[in-house]
Each structure stands twice: as C-alpha cells, then as structure tokens.
Write a protein that binds this ligand. Structure first.
Ligand code: CA
Length: 386
C-alpha cells in the first residue's frame, strides 16, 4: 500500500532526476564557494570569535540558495516550506507538481477513495472499516458489545490462510450433505481464501456419487447454550443447491428415544438458515423436536425478492430459554417457543454446536443439473454473542 502524500518519488521521472542532479551540482558549487569565502574571511578578519567562524564556514548549502532559485518546479522549497503557485513542497524539499491524493490508493480493493481537505480518504464497503488508506475487515473483539446488548463470546472470521482445525471438523461423507453429493475436505471442495470460507460443490464422480461438496462443524470444540448466532454468507441457488447454517446438540443429554429410537430429533435441531433451489428467494428457519412421540418442527420463512444469491446476507437467530427468533439481514421473520416442555423435556436447554454446509439434491432440494456446476458458498464470518 502506497500512501498518497505528494512526494518527490511521485514526481514524473523526467522532472525528478534532472532536478536532483542539478541540485547536487549546485550544492557542490555552493559548498566550494562558501568554503573559499570562509577561508578568505578568516584570513582577512581581525575578529576571531568562534561565532563568526561558524557563520562563515557553515556548510548549510540550502541557506545559500538565492531565493530566485527557489520555489519553481524541481527547485528547493522556500524556507517556510512553500513553493510557487500550483506547486507543493515534496519530501525531498523540492517543489513538485501536486499529485491526485487518490492516485495509487485502491483501499485494499474493498472501498473507494475520495479527496477530503486535500487528503485521500477511503470509504469502505460493508464489513470493512478504514485504517489509514486501507480497508480492513471490520472484526469485533471478544467481549465487544453487539447491536442487541449481548457480548461477543466467539467468532470465526476466516482471516487466516487455513481453516483452524482445532475448532472445525470437516464433515467427510456425512449423510446430511444430501444424498447426491459426497463431502470431502479436499481444497477443491473446502478452502479459506481472502478472508472467507469457500465451500465448493463440483460435478465429478467420487466414491459412489456424481458430485462432491463439503461442510464443517464445531462439534467437540465449540458449543453454546443460548445466544445470538449469526453468519455472513453468500449462498448459491443453482439447481440442486441446499445450503445450511444450523445447530445440533453437543451431548444429546436426553439420549435416544421415539420416534426412531435415536437421538434425533429428540435432542433437537436449530436450523438458522436453510434454502433450496426450488425457492431461490426464500430463507427458512426451523426447530426440530419430538412431540407426542413423533418428529415435529416449527419455524417460518421469508422471501427476499432479488434472490438469496445476489450477494452477502446475514443470517441469524437469537436463542433464549424461552424462544428462538430468526432474522434475515437483522430483520425478524419468525419465532418459536423453546421454553415449554414437549413430551416432558426441554429439548433446547442444552449446548449446541455449529454446522455450515452446502448440501445437494435429495431429499429436500431438487436433483442438481451438471451444467450448472461448480457452485460456491461463501462464508465471511460466524459470530456468537451472549
Ligand atoms: Ca472474513
């Protein structure tokens, strides 16, 4: 990153070098003449005071430049640091043509440069903040207070070069990534690039499937009971896509039970965001549980007219002892009871971990169409506030 402050380095080369070499030649001449004058003065003067020697022998050549040779293009600046009209004093104390302050300022590719009071200023895009003439990810620190009065307890910004494997487990071959795709942790399917996670679904034969994809979870590493859970994601909606951001119980404290003698959905599931390609404008939020010995669910959805794949959006829930509330870009669109026992248990009163994945095809999405792949799901960050 190059600062836009006008300086000699930015003066056109055709002006810069000759000006410097002429000045150097002039310097030598000035120094020599000053020394000769000084010697002559010392030889002729009766006054031998040290101060007079200092004045006469001074090698500060700049002070000896005639003002008629200052202030012009390529000439030394005036003593007060100014130059003739239309010129500015550069860092080498030479007068140069002022440059556009925004020249060479790209705001890290995440903002636009404008000039304010003759200085470059970066206006950064959403999710970034200006630091000098760069735009850096707008990352909260643990303990920071969030917009709804909760405090940040955990975040993943995907700003490192690689996925943090102490936190994330890669969901290899897991059934929940759709029946038509095999999930791998290969960099073709899962990587961290430029501050975000990429989950890439590819049309290729792999194991017993015709597509590959990926998904990650914080199981065994990070889990929470209650809070605001949010992720900034750009999801694909090509035929067959079924992206999801969801929570599952870390310990399944209620153990197996009806309707199928296993932990699910007896111990609950909180779907913060699900979308399927048949409804490219629709985001769903759902909780799953058991009621009357049957699997049951409740939640809601909303439609976003341009379509969910038009860019980044923030998907969140606020989960408390009494309810789960869903948000799309911080707009509430559904809420569900989480504080009333169902079949005698409080399903959502236990810690849950995070899952992020791009499932494909059946059983909920339509089958993928090969010509539409690869497809990429981007996750800029995931944050938990309590
Ligand atoms: Ca990020």
């Amino acid at each position: 990153m190059t600062a836009a402050t006008p300086d000699a380095d930015k003066a056109p080369a055709s002006l810069q070098s000759p000006a410097r070499s002429n000045w150097a030649v002039f310097n030598v001449a000035a120094v020599l003449s000053a020394m000769i004058l000084g010697l002559a003065w010392a030889a002729c003067s009766d006054d031998d005071s040290p101060s007079d020697h200092n004045d006469a022998g001074r090698l500060d050549a700049a002070s000896d430049v005639d003002s008629s040779q200052r202030g012009g293009l390529g000439q030394p600046c005036y003593d007060d640091g100014t130059c003739d009209d239309g010129l500015v004093c550069g860092e080498a104390n030479l007068c140069i043509t002022p440059t556009d302050p925004c020249q060479e300022v790209d705001c890290s590719g995440h903002g636009t440069c404008s000039v304010s009071n003759d200085e470059a200023v970066c206006a950064c895009e959403e999710g970034y903040r200006a630091e000098g003439l760069t735009c850096i990810p707008d990352v909260p620190a643990i303990g920071d207070e969030g917009p709804d009065g909760r405090y940040l307890v955990w975040n993943e910004e995907f700003n490192e070069d690689e996925l943090d494997m102490d936190t994330w487990t890669v969901g290899k071959g897991l059934h929940y990534l759709g029946r038509e795709a095999y999930a791998t942790g290969r960099p073709e399917n899962l990587r961290v690039v430029d501050g975000h996670l990429e989950i890439i679904a590819i049309h290729e034969d792999y194991e017993d499937k015709h597509y590959t994809t990926s998904g990650i979870t914080t199981k065994n590493a990070q889990y929470w009971q209650y809070g605001r859970f949010e992720a900034r994601m750009w999801i694909p909606m090509a035929t067959g896509c079924w992206p999801a951001f969801w929570l599952m119980p870390e310990n399944a404290i209620y153990g197996p039970g009806p309707p199928r003698g296993n932990n699910w959905p007896r111990n609950g599931e909180i779907d913060i965001m699900e979308a399927i390609s048949q409804y490219p404008q629709r985001v769903w939020g759902t909780i799953h549980y058991v009621e009357n010995d049957e699997g049951a669910h409740v939640g809601g959805h909303m439609d976003y007219d341009p379509g969910l794949d038009d860019g980044y959006h923030i998907y969140s829930v606020v989960w408390t002892e009494s309810e789960v509330i869903w948000y799309f870009d911080n707009e509430e669109y559904a809420r569900a009871d989480a504080g009333t026992p169902r079949d005698g248990i409080l399903t959502f009163h236990q810690p849950f971990y995070i899952l992020l994945n791009l499932a494909l095809g059946q059983p909920w999405a339509e089958s993928p169409v090969a010509s539409e792949y690869p497809q990429t799901m981007l996750v800029d960050w995931v944050r938990v506030w309590q």
